[in-house]
Design a protein. Structure first.
Length: 95
């Protein structure tokens, strides 16, 4: 059965969102579209280089700001707790 939070069956629109590199061992860069309320996260691969890009839908802007500012301490832990733990719908945008 398909995961209802996985949006991979939906067509991919262009992503006009600027990405900002962040200091994190897990996350490479993040971007946010306030009009669509989606958060883009590019993860680091096992060598620390830019890896897969995911989109998370319905994410409040404060989550993006806290990730950007590093307000929650470890960005990777904050992301896991708030974004992954928050049950937001997601899709892989790029390998």
């Amino acid at each position: 059965m398909d995961d209802p939070k996985d949006l991979t069956t939906r067509p991919l629109p262009p992503l006009p969102v600027a990405m900002t590199e962040v200091q994190s061992s897990d996350l490479h860069s993040i971007g946010y579209d306030p009009n669509g309320s989606y958060l883009l996260v590019r993860f680091r691969d096992k060598n620390g280089a830019p890896g897969k890009l995911y989109e998370y839908q319905g994410v409040p802007e404060w989550v993006y700001q806290d990730l950007l500012d590093g307000t929650g301490g470890s960005r990777g832990r904050f992301f896991s707790r708030i974004v992954k733990g928050g049950g937001f719908s997601y899709r892989k945008v790029e390998e």
